[in-house]
Design a protein around this ligand. Structure first.
Ligand code: PMP
Length: 409
């Protein structure tokens, strides 16, 4: 049974991929943290684009180019409203979260950081919010600092207070941990950053699929996410940046569309956002991403949250019935993501048996090796839920885990 407010059966009808058997059992898809499934409306938007108005944008006078350009720019407005940004000029289309962070690290960091300047991240970052800063540290002599966490997977705010100071130039933090599910107190950390005059970036890859985000209310300088985690296609995402900052930043990549005039002696650049969108972008991806956001907007978000929190509580309780199972990450504020290990068994072996029963869980370090190192484990199994999942599916997972445990012990 699912929570009463939310008609999951009706919602599931929109997701064709969910209605299949894998290895002879009905698919149970609990790898939503890696990528979400797509509703029919999103799939249809992709088919419609390629079958009726595929064309390159911004440079054609012909009909198809105008239709495609208008849909592309309409998508920018859709994303602006989604994040409650002030202006469409503040929305840059990227390849995803990873590219958004690299863009800021290179365009801002490489040009403005000096030796001894400090960049602050957290102990639970995805590699995408570690490595781009390490690269820019090597290039500029800046230093990476890390806000530690405790055994529950919560950031230690007193330590953050000590760490964020006059040398801090950038505080770049994960909104929701993909490995642990922790929802971080980003407002408090942003406040610390503002007091010390540092810039701020939030990695929202795992936040936007679960709750509404308002960048004006957060007052962060940059916010990034990937479309594929919120009902859209892969290879496209968003960098939000405050306009006055984007105006000051130099371009990152050079090429078509990002220029105003080009001569062999000197090139002048377009204004943001086009200044940061060199070359033919992922036109279909951007347009289809907007369809995913429209689908999300039409949901009752209070009911989605209630349903997902119900899944989290139900799954946590059921998993704890299994002898030797340990949940990694028990923060007070969590999205519906559960990482766990079973004593004496390798996560990969369990994942393999679950797959034989049609159950898709993630195994491994979840691109967060420092988190695994902190907990002294090679990896975990991770069940990450979406609003289209059910408690019946959780029961299947628990049954399969018990079978796996018997087989492997
Ligand atoms: N940050 C977080 C928190 C993530 O979960 C992910 C995806 N697992 C990323 C960044 C990277 O996203 P992408 O691969 O879409 O660029």
């Amino acid at each position: 049974m699912s929570s009463s407010l939310f008609d999951v059966a009706l919602i599931r009808k929109d997701f064709p991929i969910l209605h299949q058997e894998v290895n002879g059992s009905p698919l149970v898809y609990f790898d939503n943290g890696a990528t979400s499934q797509k509703p029919q409306q999103v799939i249809d938007a992709m088919v419609k684009y390629y079958s009726t108005y595929n064309a390159n944008i911004h440079r054609g006078v012909h009909h198809l180019s105008q239709v495609a350009t208008s849909a592309y720019e309409q998508a920018r407005e859709e994303v602006r409203a989604f994040l409650n940004a002030r202006k469409t000029e503040e929305i840059i289309f990227t390849r995803g979260t990873t590219e958004g962070i690299n863009l800021v690290a290179q365009s801002w960091g490489r040009n403005y950081l000096k030796p001894g300047d400090e960049i602050v991240v957290t102990a639970m970052e995805h590699h995408a919010n570690i490595v781009p800063w390490q690269l820019v540290c090597e290039q500029t002599g800046a230093i990476l600092k890390v806000i530690p966490m405790d055994q529950n997977g919560e950031l230690i705010l007193e330590e953050a207070e000590k760490l964020i100071g006059l040398r801090t130039r950038m505080v770049s933090i994960i909104h929701v941990s993909n490995a642990l599910g922790t929802i971080n107190p980003v407002r408090q950390i942003l406040e610390m950053a503002r007091k010390s005059g540092a810039m701020t970036l939030i990695d929202g890859a795992q936040a936007v699929p679960h709750f509404s985000v308002d960048v004006q209310e957060l007052d962060c300088d940059f916010y990034v996410f990937s479309a594929h985690k919120i009902l859209g296609p892969t290879g496209v995402g968003i960098l939000y940046g405050k306009q006055q900052l984007l105006d000051q930043l130099p371009p990152w990549q050079g090429g078509g569309d990002m220029i105003r005039t080009v001569t062999f002696e000197k090139t002048t650049y377009n204004d943001s956002p086009l200044k940061f969108e060199a070359g033919t972008p992922n036109i279909s991806g951007v347009i289809v991403m907007a369809e995913g956001i429209r689908y999300w907007n039409a949901l009752d978000h209070a009911a989605v949250q209630e349903h997902e929190q119900h899944l989290l509580t139900y799954a946590t309780g059921r998993l704890k019935e299994i002898n030797g199972l340990k949940i990694i990450g028990e923060a007070r504020e969590k999205v519906a993501v559960i990482s766990f290990i079973i004593e004496g068994l390798h996560p990969y072996d369990i994942g393999f048996i679950l797959d034989k029963k049609g159950i898709a869980l993630r195994t491994g370090h979840h691109c967060a090796q420092p988190v695994m190192e902190f907990f002294g484990i090679p990896g975990t199994l991770r069940a990450s839920f979406s609003f289209y999942n059910t408690t019946t599916e959780i029961d299947h997972m628990v049954d399969a885990l018990l079978v796996a445990q018997r087989m492997l012990q």
